[in-house]
Design a protein around this ligand. Sequence first.
Ligand code: SF4
Ligand code: SF4
Length: 335
Amino acid sequence: YPYEEARPERQFAAVFNLNRCIGCQTCTMACKSTWTWGPGQEYMWWNNVETKPYGGYPQNWDVKLLSMLGPQEWQGGVYAGKTIFEAADPAKQTTSGFLALGYLPADEEWRYPNIHEDTAQGHSPHGARLPEHESWFFYLPRICNHCTYPACLAACPRKAIYKRQEDGIVLIDQSRCRGYRKCMEACPYKKPMYRGTTATTEKCVGCYPRIEQGQVTRCIATCIGKIRLFGWVNEESSPVHYLVHKAKVALPLYPQFGTEPNVYYIPPRWVPRDYLRQMFGPGVDAAIEAYAKPSPELLAVLQLFGATDRIIARYRLEGEAIVGFDDRGAEVVRV
Ligand code: SF4
Ligand code: SF4
């Protein structure tokens, strides 16, 4: 990967607990009413919640890319197959000199953001017939993953996309973008979207003005199911770091793509494991086991979902004691 900014000082990250999402789309509307209510943005849903296994925005985005990628090979816990960077066709090199396997979704594929909502049929997504009682579905909320190795950034021939060192948020400089849509083609999660009225591409901005003020994103703050937790994945004191790196209950979406996404998911317990493994990797079994029988420590961290980072930042572990501070940094409670 050719860019140095991959590992910023602090990395914006979130954990979404799929066991608790009720598909209410409050997050979707909170994002829409904040960022994409203008002309030319009508079809844009920077935050979307799709019903798996059949739903997708754009339609079949993941099935399409997985089939382009070929066999998904895992050796133990490590992906041994080709990432989107390795599987690219050298003949399709962009003018940025960068390669990633991808495709540009057609207009009609963006048309129904909530297609197949609540669809649970008695057969697996691979076509095999299952007994009726094995019907299942789950909601998959998605935003831009503010990837460690953003394919969008590397593919842009205008160098309009950058990753901020202070928080790892990936942004598109609207004054540089000329709407070539190379980012849309390269992003495996299909999160950059084209705006016809400005002839530029836009995407989730991680609510950076709120993050700068110590607040969490709109989609996280408004989540009805309290399924979302904001944090810094590369800071040991962050609960997100704990869930991802210590408890290992939260996993990246399609890690085989190779961009190292920074939104992590606690997989849903009722979904067939083979489906979950192709989506979150082989860590699924251990993650569900840990979530189903949580340690007291994990249970405590799971209580933080729905709390703001500002509240979490007021508490620190000092030896055996949990110490709480007020706005000015004065100690107010010790337990
Ligand atoms: Fe770029 Fe897509 Fe990753 Fe977002 S999810 S940083 S748009 S590659
Ligand atoms: Fe799921 Fe929360 Fe969004 Fe509702 S607001 S759809 S519970 S992520």
